[in-house]
Design a protein around this ligand. Sequence first.
Ligand code: CMP
Length: 139
Amino acid sequence: MAGNRTFTMIKPGAVRNGHIGAILQHINAGGFKIVAMKYTQLSAQKAGEFYAVHKERPFYGELVEFMSSGPIVAAILEKDNAVEDFRTLIGATNPAEAAEGTIRAKYATSIGENAVHGSDSDENAAIEGSFHFAGTEMF
Ligand code: CMP
C-alpha cells in the first residue's frame, strides 16, 4: 500500500532566489499537509551523508557543495500516495524535462540546482524525514 508521507527540501538556489513562499503555496495547493518543517543549513558533512547513495556519481562533490552553500527549508509532507504525487507536483529531476506548471519547471535553474528534493520511495521518505527531524518535531 502506498504511504502517506514524503520528505522535501527547498534547496539553497531556490531559497536565494526568493521562492520559499511560492513553493510552499504550490505544495499546499497540491493538497499536502505540512507535518514538520525547519529553516536550516546543512554542513558539507551532513549534505554528504544525506546524499551518500550518490557517492560514486560524478556530480556528488558538486551536489554536496551546492546543498551546503546556504539555508534550505526541510519538511515532511502528508497526503495519500504522498511520494508519487509529490514527484508529479515537482516534475522531472532535470528542469528542461519537467512538465509545464511543475515546481521544477517554474523555479529550477539546472539539473543540479533543481529547486526542490522529493523522496523516491516510502522507505527513503521515512529515512530522510528522520535524518532531519526528531519525533517531537513531527505533528
Ligand atoms: P535530488 O532529487 O535532490 O536527488 C539527487 C540530486 O542530484 C538531484 O536532485 C539533482 O539535483 C542532482 N543531480 C542528478 N543528476 C545530476 C547531474 N547530472 N548533474 C548534477 N546534479 C545532478
